[in-house]
Design a binder for this molecule. Sequence first.
Ligand code: SAM
Length: 190
Amino acid sequence: MAWKDYVEQTKANPPRQLLVQAVPLVIEKSRALDIGAGALNESRYLLSQGFEQVLALDFEPHAQAVADTLPSEHFSYVIRDVAKYAFPSQEFDLVNAQYALPFVKPQEFNRVLQNIYDSLKPKGIFTGQFFGDRDAWNVEHSGMTFHTKAEAMEVLSNCEVLYFTEEEAEKPTAAGASKHWHVFHFIVRK
Ligand SMILES: C[S@@+](CC[C@H](N)C(=O)[O-])C[C@H]1O[C@@H](n2cnc3c(N)ncnc32)[C@H](O)[C@@H]1O
């Protein structure tokens, strides 16, 4: 996956609608984690919504130029594989992972999800997507993680589910190619 190209193609996008929907559900806007932060569109949105500290995590510094323009007293850009990130315990009011977690390797996925859960404050909000088993990228040796609907719901079962929807459609990728998308979108509360 050429993430550098993806970030270039998405850098002028508005924040993801699912995050916009999730932010009013956050009780205290103290600390937010943006996993797989890409072009930093969602991190910038979180700053604009008054989060005191926004930590953007990505394994490549695609958006360093944007990061350099953000206020360092409120924003940090951590370049690390989410599977190797030392998640702090009960720290975040919001964990945002837009189109990021399916790119975690299957053998690392459950540990990453447990780490996300542990890093949320009680009543903290977690939002993002899982890819479904009928997604076109679900081929052998993809190195990505896919779920059936039952599996996706099971992964979230230790939280209160505030929003969960299944999308299955032919739609273009960021690069413009048509693709069969099978995606579960969720907002949950710890
Ligand atoms: C599809 S993009 C999504 C970017 C942005 N969140 C959005 O919604 O447009 C996935 C992002 O996750 C990052 N990423 C993929 N696997 C990762 C991993 N294991 N650890 C950290 N970042 C990862 C990529 O570099 C890329 O920026």
